[in-house]
Design a protein. Structure first.
Ligand SMILES: Cc1ncc(COP(=O)(O)O)c(C=O)c1O
Length: 483
């Protein structure tokens, strides 16, 4: 008899869910579907135990939970009955209606595309543009910093304070920026990667329809962050020196632009380094039009032909540069550690917004990085990785030259730094992604970086930092085989 009230499903012993939870859900379902009505008495614990093949203790735990949730009443000397106060009729109606109406469709404020990137470990050859080689990260050294931090961390760091970042890390970063990048700043805002900073800047500066100018071939996550704020994006042309100043001048004369996003040291994705004269021209135009410059210096350390050029932010009398940097290339993207420096007014505003988004960055990671930097290991790691990536950059160059000598019609400029090459394959690469995937090769063709469709895509970005020299060589064979 009692079984009729329930769906009659035996408890599933193969799943991890405790039996009392399974039993309670069956009773709850029977009430919601109207098979058990308000005031109905439930079978005794012994009967339920027999029916569901569980012990009395399991039945009692399920019953007590249902009483606590308000589905059942426990009545002295009578046992359990369905609560008469439940809106059972409504609940039945809702469940009947919902079969007809279906789920309510959410109306989102704007569309966002979720990109399901496969992890690099799924590929045989990794030419993805900015992948660092995590196998060379000094985890033992870093673990000692983590251990020290876990031992010594103060309670204050573990609470909500210091939205701008842990003092110890900000001090290290300021020192590093001054000594390694010639950039003196009053303060720093630590963010969950530069991506959070981009999002915050979009929210801080952009009202729906306002303009952001960017390189036409650019960093898609930056574009998305500005679009999320409602920005109108203006694509600017670029050449072998990066963003063209005359294209910016034309854009600014015709449109109201609030922000310019630029990657001057190693243009993303074309890798070119913008000379000082071009930077000055761009800076002058932005001052004239009241445009703030977002300078994304994402892989500053890795410059090989000479010491890296000072950031635009190092010479910013008008205080219009918002400077972004990241640990995603120095360490790994999973560290989610980036930082911003800008005028005090801008930093204060961004910090207030960050507080709304997530209060602060993870404290232990910040403190561990500060400890690692203070011990001098960070700079040593940078020196080692710069040497390694320079070698890989040379290996890529030698390999590409080898293919050219073999008669393969490709063209490229050896980059002055960074972690990738931009190679002209001189043929349409639109159908390359599928072939690359099938061949186990992770590499990104030109269309991945274009916002506005082009008639023809001919280039590919080939990262060299994330894999060993022999994989670069063998991977290029596999890739050019596809052509
Ligand atoms: C142009 C550019 N900016 C920033 C980043 C780093 O972003 P995040 O610090 O959010 O990991 C990357 C990483 O690929 C990048 O290519």
């Amino acid at each position: 008899m009692a079984g009729i009230m329930f769906s009659g499903k035996p408890l599933d012993r193969s799943i991890q869910q405790p039996k009392y939870i399974q039993l309670a859900s069956q009773i709850r379902e029977a009430i919601q579907a109207g098979r058990l009505k308000p005031g109905d008495a439930l079978p005794s614990a012994r009967q339920l135990g027999l029916l569901f093949e569980v012990n009395r203790h399991t039945v009692m735990t399920a019953m007590q939970n249902l009483v606590a949730e308000g589905w059942l009443l426990s009545i002295v000397r009578k046992g359990y009955q369905v609560n008469t106060q439940l809106p059972i009729v409504d609940s039945v109606k809702t469940s009947q209606n919902s079969a007809v109406i279906g789920p309510v469709i959410p109306q989102f404020a704007y569309a966002v595309e979720h990109i399901d990137n496969l992890p690099p470990t799924k590929f045989r050859y990794n030419f993805a543009g900015g992948l660092p080689d995590v196998a060379h990260f000094p985890f033992d050294e870093f673990r000692r910093s983590m251990n020290r931090v876990c031992r010594d961390v103060s309670a204050a760091s573990l609470h909500y304070q210091s939205v701008a970042g842990e003092g110890a890390l900000r001090t290290q970063l300021k020192h590093y920026l001054r000594t390694a990048r010639g950039l003196t700043c009053d303060d720093i805002l630590v963010c969950n990667g530069s991506q959070e900073a981009l999002f915050l800047i979009g929210q801080a500066f952009i009202e729906a329809g306002q303009g952001v100018a960017m390189e036409a071939l650019g960093y898609p996550p930056a574009r998305k962050a500005f679009q999320a704020a409602g920005a109108q994006i203006y694509d600017l042309t670029q050449d072998q020196h990066g963003l063209c100043a005359d294209s910016l001048a034309r854009c600014l004369s015709k449109n109201k632009v609030k922000l310019l996003y630029v990657t001057p040291l190693h243009q993303y994705p074309t890798t070119v380094t913008m000379p000082v004269s071009r930077r000055m021209e761009i800076y002058r135009l932005c001052v004239e039009h009241g445009v703030f410059i977002i300078e994304d210096d994402y892989d500053h350390e890795f410059h090989y032909s000479c010491p890296p050029l000072q950031p635009m932010a190092a010479n910013d009398p008008a205080q219009i540069v918002i400077y972004l940097a990241t640990f995603s290339k120095i360490m790994f993207a999973g560290a989610r550690m980036g930082y911003v420096t800008a005028s005090n007014a801008v930093l204060k505003h961004l910090s207030a917004l960050k507080q709304i988004v997530n209060h602060k960055n993870e404290a232990l990671m910040q403190l561990a990085i500060a400890d690692w930097m203070a011990a001098g290991h960070f700079e040593r790691h940078l020196r080692r990785m710069t040497k390694l990536y320079r070698q890989r950059c040379d290996v890529m160059d030698t390999s590409l030259q080898h293919f050219q000598k073999q008669g393969l019609d490709i063209d490229y400029l050896k980059p002055q730094g960074g972690m990738a090459y931009w190679v002209d394959l001189k043929r349409d690469v639109s159908n390359l992604p599928k072939k690359l995937f099938q061949a186990g090769i992770n590499a990104h063709p030109e269309q991945n970086f274009c916002h506005s469709p082009r008639a023809r895509y001919t280039h590919i970005r080939l990262g060299f930092a994330g894999q060993a020299e022999h994989d670069i060589e063998n991977g290029l064979y596999a890739l050019f085989d596809l052509l």
